[in-house]
Design a protein around this ligand. Structure first.
Ligand code: ADP
Ligand code: MG
Length: 320
């Protein structure tokens, strides 16, 4: 099967169509319309076999995770997703795999109202690169550089789950409770981009980032860009029921601090905006937990447990 046949059979007939796409798959480039008053946000992420997913991960999960991690970046910018492009490197043309993979893409495109508008298909080691684009009203994007000392630090949902999920998937850990096991592995394979959180934080949050490499690693990007420090209370980190039930408390904190792949949002809010934050979170039925405060000590991250210093050295996932 030739490259064009793969595109034709698996990607061209994508079901979700948007009115703002003038030309989608099939020409040399896609043409799209950007609404008046909106800024375009563009992000790219690659998933590599053996680095971002295990050889045993299903094609369906790989497809959906590739979309989710990109939409998570858009969420962290406060943007609403619109279009995705897919660059696919395949070691072979495996029709069953491609069927599952393209179904994963189609379902997520439909669910998140995004259209697949193009891509590239090449022969090589298994790698999936997605570029996602979306809109945010001018001046309302959430960035890393405008947080201030005194702002409160929040995280959504629960953290550390995907780290435990990875150990379960690698058979390095065992949990007898099937429901907890499945929950944790699903947090690894099927992350949820916090898009509603992102848009609810427009004009409310002073800074925002998604947690892909682990809390300790990711928060430093805000501290560096905003020239702030932070005090984080490890006893306040939000842990899932599955985590609490299956991992001992000290280890759970370590997962929550340093494991990646949760794709929750970490954001900062000034004292003045807290009322509006509470209202917006309640209206959107979003769970977020205050885990600490920013300080004036540039780039200094202090961890505390029950108000005592907490020693910790693991700095999260680094590729190089
Ligand atoms: P070109 O040689 O001009 O780059 P291609 O043959 O690579 O064109 O692609 C033909 C069309 O199919 C283009 O519109 C391209 O964006 C789209 N396309 C290629 N691969 C994919 C893919 N994996 N998913 C979605 N669209 C794709
Ligand atoms: Mg090409």
């Amino acid at each position: 099967m030739k490259e064009f046949k793969v595109i034709e059979d698996f990607f061209k007939q994508q079901s979700y169509q948007r009115k703002d796409v003038i030309i989608g798959i099939g020409d040399d480039g896609a043409i799209t319309h950007i609404p008046e008053g909106q800024a375009l946000v563009t992000t790219t992420d690659t998933l590599l076999s053996g680095v971002h997913f295990l050889p045993s991960t299903s094609a369906h999960a790989i497809a959906q995770k590739a979309i989710a991690v990109n939409l998570s970046d858009l969420a962290a910018m406060g943007a609403e997703p619109a279009w995705i492009s897919l660059s696919l490197s395949l070691p072979e043309i495996d029709k069953v795999w491609l069927e599952e993979f393209s179904r994963g893409i189609r379902e997520h495109a439909e669910y998140y109202s995004v259209q697949l508008i193009g891509g590239d298909t090449v022969h090589g080691p298994l790698a999936v690169t997605i570029t996602a684009q979306g809109f945010v009203p001018y001046d309302q994007a959430l960035t890393r550089s405008k947080a201030k000392p005194g702002d409160s630090v929040y995280v959504t949902g629960s953290i550390g789950d995907a780290g435990v999920g990875l150990q379960l998937a690698q058979l390095k850990r065992k949990i007898n409770n099937q429901e907890h096991h499945d929950f944790l592995v699903n947090r690894l394979d099927y992350p949820t981009p916090r898009l509603l959180v992102g848009t609810s934080l427009r004009r409310v949050a002073s800074g925002c980032i998604d947690l892909s490499d682990g809390l300790i690693s990711d928060i430093q990007h805000i501290l560096k860009a905003s020239q702030c420090g932070a005090v984080i209370h490890v006893d306040k980190l939000p842990l899932s029921d599955a985590m609490v039930a299956s991992v001992d408390p000290d280890e759970a904190i370590k997962f929550a601090l340093s494991a990646g792949d949760d794709y929750e949002l970490l954001f900062t809010v000034s004292e003045e905006q807290k009322g509006l934050l509470e209202t917006n979170l309640a209206n959107a039925n979003i769970q977020a937990t205050c885990i600490g405060q920013l300080t004036g000590l540039a780039e200094k991250l202090e961890l505390r447990q029950n108000d005592q210093p907490y020693e910790f050295s693991n700095l999260g996932y680094e590729h190089f």
